[in-house]
Design a protein around this ligand. Structure first.
Ligand SMILES: NC(=O)c1ccc[n+]([C@@H]2O[C@H](COP(=O)([O-])OP(=O)(O)OC[C@H]3O[C@@H](n4cnc5c(N)ncnc54)[C@H](OP(=O)(O)O)[C@@H]3O)[C@@H](O)[C@H]2O)c1
Length: 181
């Protein structure tokens, strides 16, 4: 399954326009329960990847990569040549998502694929019929503008609620995404 799991502001932003996550990192993590799903491969856009590289100083300290991602393949969508943390299994993809689905599915085998965002990239997976679940940690915060959670029109009954519960200061919500046709 392709699972989009992310934290979001209550009004549907992932980050500020400058890609800052300070609004998220300032919220205490006590009582927050972890993801609740297993995954065998990850997908992210270039800004998300570059944020993690910088935040964790992964180019200077590549040994930290395994602590974050283990040896799981990480697919990064970008039109640019991106720096890669030494020893990391990072595969840069570009162009239509549909053309890369087989590659990603093969890398994940029987496992799930964690779509980390941003929203426009996940929207492309939705467009390609490759979005099965959305798991959100909705934060007690709003931003006036920023990187959108999912800039697409997706109406009920395509989304079916599977879970809604408290997770520390966050609200954990989970929906199944029904395939079209
Ligand atoms: N709140 C959270 O937990 C959370 C989770 C995820 C992300 N974030 C943050 O949210 C923000 C997301 O920002 P975003 O939506 O602008 O970023 P993004 O999805 O991380 O990156 C967008 C970039 O992905 C590349 N891309 C997307 N589709 C592509 C395609 N089909 N082919 C080639 N390249 C493609 C392009 O990169 P190039 O410009 O390199 O070509 C595009 O500029 C980031 O700041 C990230 O750190 C927050």
């Amino acid at each position: 399954m392709f699972i989009y799991c992310t934290a979001t502001t209550l009004n549907g932003y992932l980050a500020t326009p400058e890609h800052s996550l300070d609004w998220l990192l300032s919220i205490p993590a006590e009582g927050v329960t972890p993801g609740g799903f297993s995954y065998a491969a990850l997908v992210m856009g270039s800004h998300t990847y570059e944020w993690v590289l910088a935040q964790e100083n992964l180019l200077a300290q590549p040994e930290k990569w395994a602590g974050l991602y283990g040896d799981k393949p990480v697919f990064v969508f970008s039109s640019r040549d991106l720096p890669i943390s030494a020893g990391a299994d990072v595969r840069v993809l570009r162009g239509p998502v549909a053309e890369h689905l087989n590659t990603i599915r093969q890398a994940a085998g029987e496992g799930n694929v964690w779509l980390q965002g941003g929203g426009e990239l996940v929207g492309q997976f939705l467009d390609a019929g490759a979005l099965d679940e959305i798991i959100l940690d909705v934060a007690p915060a709003a931003l006036a503008t920023g990187a959108p959670l999912l800039p697409r029109e997706v109406l009920w009954p395509r989304l079916r609620l599977l879970e809604a519960r408290q997770s520390g200061e966050f609200a954990r919500l989970r929906w199944r995404v029904e395939r079209l046709g």
